[in-house]
Design a protein around this ligand. Structure first.
Ligand code: C2E
Ligand code: CA
Ligand code: CA
Ligand code: CA
Length: 279
């Protein structure tokens, strides 16, 4: 009776009630947002050792009519829980592929690859491979320019199934990067078996790479691991020239971060690239 009483009390906890209501409102807002075209993509440059842009990462943005710009950290988790990540993820993929096709006919943009974040829930869906192939087919985008960023949380799933899906997409030319590498659950034996193209050093290791010997050791180890597995490696969250130089000295030759550019809306991104070409 005491426990029940406590539960009853908890149920009427005004803070919790408020949280539940806020969540339900946000879920409805997400549905509306998708219907009303409130989402858009920003593009963050990825550069090589010479500072030349080789590609970009597409990052989702939500322009809410009242809340303003809502960062992905505030809505992606809910979208994953509710399953709304499936239609949202499909929208991201088809918008990104439409953009790739548009760039294909522009001399300054045609060489760029585009990385798209795929949530574990999206990848896990039985039709994921067919969906990606259908989007490529409908948009006419070059699969060789599309890179899918997967996170380590995916590796909690059936590895055979993951390998089968990745292999099917790779057969069409789609590339794969393992995002946030080093923060999750990767087992090195899995890593060897996955048909990956790239490891992405998480920004949490890059941030203090100059001052924290542990982060420096982890960053170096990831680069060495990528080299021995013959994978590309890119560092995200590069904010200073010193961080970039440390990474270069340790064999990481591709970078993404505020040092080069913040994620930019389409027009600004294209201007950024065209401007660089004119220098
Ligand atoms: P992520 O995939 O690790 O993306 C990198 C995040 O770091 C982005 O945050 C980016 O704006 C930020 N960033 C880039 N350079 C720097 C830097 O130099 N310093 C710092 N401090 N941050 C930097 P953003 O755009 O807020 O996205 C957050 C996360 O939301 C992403 O992390 C990704 O997990 C998720 N996300 C974004 N777009 C999508 C999407 O289309 N689908 C899915 N499933 N998840 C997405
Ligand atoms: Ca990413
Ligand atoms: Ca990351
Ligand atoms: Ca992340």
């Amino acid at each position: 009776a005491k426990a029940a009483g406590r539960n009853t009390l908890r149920f009427f906890d005004p803070d919790m009630q408020a949280a539940v209501t806020a969540r339900a409102l946000m879920e409805e807002d997400l549905r509306q947002g998708l219907q009303n075209n409130e989402f858009f993509l920003c593009y963050q440059p990825q550069v090589d050792v010479y500072g030349r842009m080789t590609g970009a990462e597409a990052l989702l943005r939500w322009q809410h009519p009242r809340r303003g710009l809502v960062p992905p950290a505030e809505f992606i988790p809910l979208a994953e829980e509710t399953g709304l990540i499936l239609p949202i993820g499909h929208w991201v993929l088809s918008t990104a592929c439409t953009q790739l096709l548009a760039w294909a006919s522009s001399p300054e943009m045609a060489h760029l690859t585009l990385a798209v974040n795929v949530s574990a829930r999206q990848f896990r869906h039985a039709d994921f491979v067919e969906q990606v192939l259908a989007v490529l087919d409908h948009t006419g985008a070059n699969p060789l320019k599309l890179k899918l960023e997967l996170t380590e949380s995916l590796l909690l799933d059936d590895v055979e199934d993951i390998i089968a899906k990745m292999t099917a997409l790779k057969a069409h030319g789609v590339g794969f990067s393992l995002d946030d590498f080093g923060t999750g659950y990767s087992s090195l034996s899995y890593l060897k078996r996955l048909p990956l193209d790239q490891l992405k050093i998480d920004q949490s290791f890059v941030r203090d790479v100059l001052t924290d010997p542990d982060d420096a050791a982890i960053a170096r180890t990831i680069v060495a691991l990528a080299q021995s597995l013959r994978l590309d490696v890119i560092a995200e969250g590069v904010e200073t020239g010193e961080q970039r130089d440390f990474l270069e000295r340790n064999g990481c030759l591709a970078y993404q971060g505020y040092l080069f550019s913040r994620p930019l809306p389409l027009e600004a991104f294209e201007r950024f690239q065209r401007g660089a070409e004119w220098e």
